[in-house]
Write a protein that binds this ligand. Structure first.
Ligand code: P6P
Length: 337
């Protein structure tokens, strides 16, 4: 019987992974984990209390905000404001960045970008939803941290992770030294190490894309989808199509089984739908740390210039060989202009 290793114990054990660490990043990760447990509690009883349905507000994307995503946003921001390690929070649910101006945070050096409840349209139908977070160190060394401290390339992340509220609740994160997964044990209220050293297979037989938009996809994507569907025993095709409408759930499944997730540009969303700062960059960091790859169809996601908070990008992410094959189709049939 192996001893249970909680997230807290693991973070402390691995604290030496960060040069000059004085515990701040460890405390920041623990602050996020506490908020995740609070959000998990509400998600698990969402059907029982009046927390489902529209909150009547809309986010910067013009998307209707369900009460749970507003609640989740409040919980994560509150945890970061009281934890003292974060100087700026960026959230999908907030138009502008939030500067944390408090005595406890006056020396804070971390920036956190978060999608507090991704896939929230699935809440009412009990399909997995998730939280995505990305952590940067501020670049400026004095005075108030600014938007320039936020607009950093994905390669500058010091940590990233997601929480998936599914058949069980898991927290998966990386600090650049591999990826580890922790499953929440409700009986003790702790995230316990359940998936050490996660690695995504180099190949897979699952492709995840919303084929409802097929007619609006670039030719390279159309040709790749047909490639996935053609019978070819030596390459295990046709592949299986799996798409839940929740990026975290689709990527977590593909991380474990292998596969590719694609949200390309479409006629209505020329830059794609998913946001670079708090969805694509953190997921790309995690997937690459697990041995996978993430591209916008032409260029590595983590090297894309970040020009604005809610910037969108097309994304091809998952098993490295599958993403590279999709890039070949994009180069051949939808060459970058
Ligand atoms: P569509 C959820 O709204 C989300 O941001 C991702 O979690 C998900 O992969 C995608 O959008 C689904 O978008 O257009 O297929 O409904």
């Amino acid at each position: 019987m192996t001893a249970v290793r909680t997230l807290g114990q693991f973070i402390i054990e691995r604290q030496n992974d960060f040069p000059y660490a004085k515990g701040e990043l460890s405390r920041l990760l623990r602050d996020l984990a506490i908020a995740a447990k609070i959000v998990n509690r509400e998600i698990n009883k969402a059907g029982l209390v009046d927390i489902l349905g529209e909150a009547g507000t809309t986010n910067v994307q013009g998307e209707g905000q369900k009460k749970l995503d507003v609640y989740a946003n409040e919980q994560f921001i509150a945890a970061l404001q009281s934890g003292g390690e974060c100087c700026i929070v960026v959230s999908e649910e907030n138009d502008e960045h939030i500067y944390i101006d408090s005595e406890i945070s006056k020396d804070a050096k971390y920036i956190v970008a978060i999608d507090p409840l991704d896939g929230s349209s699935n809440i009412d139908v009990n399909v997995g939803v998730g939280t995505i977070f990305s952590i940067y160190r501020r670049k400026s060394t004095d005075g108030k941290a600014t938007l320039d401290d936020v607009l950093q390339k994905g390669t500058e992340q010091v940590a990233a992770g997601y929480i998936i509220y599914g058949s069980s609740t898991m927290l998966v994160y990386t600090t650049g030294k591999g990826v580890n997964g922790f499953t929440l044990d409700p009986s003790i209220g702790e995230f316990c190490l359940s998936h050490p050293d996660m690695a995504i297979p180099k190949d897979g037989v699952i492709y995840s894309i919303n084929e409802g938009y097929y007619t609006h996809f670039p030719d390279g994507v159309k040709k790749y989808i047909k490639y996935c569907q053609v019978e070819d025993k030596p390459t295990n095709r046709p592949y299986t199509s799996r798409y839940t409408g929740s990026m975290v759930a689709d990527l977590h499944r593909n991380m474990i089984k292998g596969g590719i997730f694609i949200y390309p540009s479409t006629a209505s969303s020329i830059k794609g739908k998913l946001r670079l700062v708090y969805e694509c960059n953190p997921m790309a960091f995690i997937i690459e740390q697990a041995g996978g790859f993430a591209s916008d169809g032409y260029k590595r996601i983590l090297e894309l210039d970040v020009k604005e908070l809610h910037q969108r990008t097309p994304i091809f992410i998952g098993s490295e060989n599958m993403v590279r094959k999709a890039e070949e189709f994009m180069a051949s049939f939808s060459p970058q202009k």
